[in-house]
Design a protein around this ligand. Structure first.
Ligand code: MTE
Ligand code: MO
Length: 254
């Protein structure tokens, strides 16, 4: 579909009731993200899902009895980059998270500083597109606090997470991105503990993203840097993530 057909189709859809009663007639068209996502070529189903999913709603949380006996690891489970191996060998004492890009206050934080940020513990279900799920308890820093401390530029729209690993035979760096709305969601964490223990290397040590309303591939492991951007067009394949560059949806809502 061309952007024009897409727009016309959506207009018809909105005029026909359904979405319109959910969102208010001209709510969508007033939203700049909506016009921009269409312009960026997000598929219609992405846009509709984005529109009807209450983005501020909480993901379901579970009880300790629901925790999976073992939390499966997937994708990279042991990054072989020399810099990462050196950090791991030293128990991540020399690890530093960089927060930069379109911010007034770029930051470099060690793990003690990250652990000192307001934290949250949550038991959630992780769903991988490959067809498996696992329930785990995550503890981490609330991303919202960190973002506010960095003071993003008013035009900033996304956070890009740069990871330590290159995935599989592609040898391309793993990366991911989320928007400001997800960055401010109370369940969005930079997690450093899984099931009450320090995050294992297999699951992303020392720091991995949890963005609980979305699928597993959004949850960047081995996060080394967070870059605040207005657009991710210029990064790698331009689609906002390693798997997005290979055809997966940018907004992977569950
Ligand atoms: N850096 C990095 N992050 C990643 C991946 C990866 O290969 N590298 N795989 C993703 C996928 S597809 C899933 S399902 C989850 C797996 O997380 P887990 O290993 O804790 O199960 O991490 C996601 N984040
Ligand atoms: Mo996955």
């Amino acid at each position: 579909m061309t952007d024009n057909t897409r727009r016309r189709f959506l207009k018809t859809l909105l005029a026909g009731g359904g979405l319109a009663t959910l969102t208010g007639c001209d709510y969508l068209s007033e939203k700049t993200w909506f016009r921009d996502t269409l312009a960026q070529g997000e598929t219609l189903s992405d846009v509709v899902q984005h529109a009807v999913t209450p983005r501020k709603a909480m993901a379901r949380e579970y009880t300790p009895a629901d925790i999976s006996p073992s939390f499966r690891a997937n994708g990279t489970t042991d990054p072989d980059a020399v810099e990462y191996r050196m950090l791991a060998a030293n128990g991540f004492r020399d690890y530093r998270l960089k927060v930069g890009g379109m911010v007034e206050n770029p930051m470099t934080l060690d793990l003690a500083a990250i652990r000192a940020l307001p934290s949250r513990t949550q038991i959630t279900r992780h769903d991988c597109v490959e067809g498996w799920s696992a329930i785990g308890q995550w503890t981490g820093a609330r991303l919202s606090t960190l973002v506010e401390q960095a003071r993003p530029h008013p035009d900033a729209r996304y956070l890009v997470f740069h990871c330590a690993d290159r995935y599989g035979r592609s040898h391309s760096p793993y990366y991911e991105s989320i928007d400001m709305e997800d960055a401010h969601h109370p369940q969005t964490l930079l997690a450093y503990e899984l099931n009450g223990e320090p995050l294992p290397i297999a699951n992303g040590a020392p720091l991995r993203l949890r963005v609980e309303r979305q699928l597993g591939y959004k949850m960047a492991k081995y996060v080394m840097a967070i870059e605040v951007v207005e657009s991710f067009d210029h990064i790698a394949g331009g689609k906002g993530g390693f798997w997005e560059d290979r055809g997966y949806a940018w907004y992977a809502g569950i």
